[in-house]
Design a protein around this ligand. Structure first.
Ligand code: PLP
Length: 487
C-alpha cells in the first residue's frame, strides 16, 4: 500500500566559493579600510546564490510535519486543528502592538479580554479565580504546588511535605513536586486503570500535602472513584490538584471544582486549540478554590465600575510573580477567540473527541492488544505486546512505519504502566474519512508485522534520514549552522 517513493537526499552543505546572492555596484568613492577593531578577520559565511538559498529554506520547511499537513494522533498532546481566524485576530495591531508598560487607560481592551476569559474558564471548569501567568502546563503545576505549599505554611502545617501521584501520571507531575521541594509518593493503579483506593489509604497521613490527579487519566479513562479519592485526601488535611492539561473530554460536561478539586491547571495550547510544538509559547492558567485565592500570583485583573484594573490584592500572601506581565498574551487571545467562535457548541468538542477515540479503539482492538477494555474518553492506549512477542516488532517500529504512510506517530512508551504503549488521541477536528484511513493503515501495519516484519523494523524509508540517535540528538543538539572546518 505504501508507494515506493524516490526520496531526495537533502544536501545541506551548499556553499561554493565565489557564489554570491548580491551584486554591489562599482565603487565610485575612494576605498577605505575599516578600523582594525571593527572588522573580523575570520567571518566564514556560506557562499550561495539567491535561488539556491530560497530552495534550501523551502525544502527545509517542507520537511516539517504539522497538523496542517496530516493526521497527528499524539496522545496527551491534543494536536487539534488551530483555526486560522484566531491567528488573524491575535495579530491585529490593537493587540500585537500593545506595550506592556502602557497606562491602564490605554489597555482597557486587553484587560477586558482577560477579565472575560477568566469568566469563561470559571463557567467551564469552576473555581473562584485564575492566574494567566504560567507559560505552560508544567509551569502551571509549579505555580499550583507553590500555592499549596504557601497555604500549608499559613496553616502552620509545614510538616506536610508529601504529594501523592498515581503511577499513570504525566512525567511533569513528579518533576514539579521535586522542584517545589515536596516529596512525591507514587500510588499504583487498580486493574480498571484508576487509582487503587486501598493503596491510596495506605499512604495518606499527617504528612500529606495533597494529590495530583489527572481525570480522565493518561490511559484516557475516567476514574469513577474521584469523589471517594477527594474525601480520603481532604479528610487527611491534604489538597486536591487537578491536572487539566488535556480537558478535551470535559469541555461543557463536567467541572473539576464540582468534583472537589481545590486547584487545577489547563493548557490553552491543547484544549483551546492554540498552536504548540517545537517549544513555542504556551499558556497554562491555574484556577483555585476560594481558600487559595490569596496565594495567586499578582497583579490580577479586576473590574471597578466599568473600568478594568490590574490590582495586587495581598502582596504578603501571594507567591509572587511566575512570569513577566500577564503571561503569554498572544496565546490567551487565541484561546479567547476559540471560545467565542464555538459558544455553547463547545460541548460538541468533547462529544466528538470522545466519539472519535472510541471509534478508533473499537476498530483497532482486534489487531493490537487493548489492556483496558473500557469506554475511553478523549484518548486510549493500545499495546504492541502481541507484535513484540510474535514478530519482534516494537511500538517504536510501528510509530516509525506510520511516518511512511504520512501519519504522525502516536505517543509511545507512555503511560509507563502499559508495556509497548501506543497512546492515541484523534481529537474532534478529524473527519471520519481521516479516521478510517488511519484504521486502514494501522491494520496494514499489523499485517506487515506478520508477513514482513523487516519492513516495519527498518522504517521510515520516506524521509531523508531514517532512524536518529535520539539520545545524542537530545543531549548534543546541533541547533545552528557552522562552517565546515575544511574551508
Ligand atoms: C501536556 C501535559 C502536561 C504538561 O504540559 P506542558 O505544557 O507540556 O508543560 C502535564 N500533564 C498532562 C496530563 C499533559 O498531557
Amino acid at each position: 500500500m505504501a508507494e515506493e517513493k524516490i526520496v531526495e537526499k537533502l544536501i545541506f552543505e551548499l556553499s561554493d566559493e565565489g557564489n554570491c546572492g548580491t551584486f554591489l555596484p562599482e565603487l565610485d568613492v575612494p576605498q577605505v579600510s575599516l578600523p582594525e577593531n571593527l572588522s573580523r578577520k575570520n567571518l566564514p559565511l556560506p557562499e550561495v546564490s539567491e535561488v539556491e538559498t530560497v530552495r534550501h529554506f523551502t525544502k527545509l520547511s517542507r520537511l516539517n510535519f504539522g497538523v496542517d499537513l496530516g493526521f497527528y494522533p499524539l496522545g496527551s498532546c491534543t494536536m487539534k486543528y488551530n483555526p486560522k481566524i484566531n491567528e488573524e485576530i491575535a495579530a491585529l495591531a490593537g493587540f500585537a502592538r500593545l506595550h506592556p508598560y502602557l497606562e491602564e487607560d490605554q489597555i482597557q481592551g486587553i484587560l477586558e479580554l482577560l477579565y472575560n476569559f477568566e469568566e469563561y474558564l470559571k463557567a467551564l471548569f469552576g473555581f473562584s479565580a485564575y492566574t494567566f501567568q504560567p507559560a505552560a502546563g508544567a509551569h502551571g503545576e509549579l505555580t499550583a504546588l507553590m500555592m499549596i505549599k504557601a497555604y500549608h505554611k499559613d496553616q502552620r502545617q509545614e510538616t506536610r511535605d508529601k504529594i501523592i501521584v498515581p503511577d499513570s501520571s504525566h512525567g511533569t507531575n513528579p518533576a514539579s513536586v521535586t522542584m517545589v521541594g515536596f516529596k512525591s509518593v507514587v500510588v499504583k493503579s487498580n486493574p480498571q486503570g484508576g487509582v487503587d483506593l486501598d493503596a491510596l489509604k495506605a499512604v495518606v497521613g499527617d504528612d500529606t500535602a495533597g494529590i495530583m490527579l489527572t481525570n480522565p487519566n493518561t490511559l484516557g479513562l475516567f476514574d469513577e472513584n474521584v469523589i471517594k479519592i477527594a474525601e480520603v485526601i481532604h479528610k487527611a488535611g491534604g489538597l486536591l490538584y487537578y491536572d487539566g492539561a488535556n480537558a478535551n473530554a470535559l469541555l461543557g460536561k463536567s467541572r473539576p471544582s464540582d468534583l472537589g478539586f481545590d486547584v487545577a491547571h489547563f493548557n490553552l495550547h491543547k484544549t483551546f486549540s492554540t498552536p504548540h510544538g517545537g517549544g513555542g509559547p504556551g499558556s497554562g492558567p491555574v484556577g483555585v478554590a476560594e481558600k487559595l485565592v490569596p496565594y495567586l500570583p499578582q497583579p490580577r485583573v479586576i473590574k471597578e465600575g466599568n473600568k478594568f484594573k490590574l490590582k495586587t490584592a495581598d502582596p504578603d500572601k501571594s507567591i509572587g510573580k511566575v512570569h513577566s506581565f500577564n503571561g503569554n498574551i498572544g496565546v490567551i487571545i487565541k484561546a479567547f477567540c476559540y471560545v467565542r467562535l464555538l459558544g455553547k457548541a463547545i460541548q460538541e468538542v468533547s462529544e466528538d473527541a470522545v466519539l472519535a477515540a472510541n471509534y478508533l479503539m473499537q476498530k483497532l482492538k482486534k489487531y493490537y492488544y487493548l489492556p483496558y477494555d473500557r469506554t475511553c474518553q478523549h484518548e486510549f492506549v493500545l499495546s504492541a505486546k502481541w507484535q513484540k512477542e510474535k514478530y519482534g516488532v516494537k511500538a517504536l517500529d510501528i510509530a516509525k512505519r506510520l511516518i511512511d504512510y504520512g501519519i504522525h506517530p502516536p505517543t509511545v512508551y507512555f503511560p509507563l504502566i502499559v508495556e509497548e504503549a501506543l497512546m492515541i488521541e484523534p481529537t474532534e477536528t478529524e473527519s471520519k474519512a481521516t479516521l478510517d484511513r488511519f484504521i486502514e493503515v494501522m491494520i496494514q501495519i499489523a499485517k506487515e508485522c506478520e508477513q514482513n516484519p523487516e519492513i516495519v523494523k527498518s522504517s521510515p524509508k520516506s524521509t531523508p534520514v531514517s532512524r536518529l540517535n535520539e539520545t545524542q540528538a537530545a543531549r548534543n543538539p546541533k541547533l545552528k549552522w557552522e562552517p565546515q572546518t575544511s574551508k
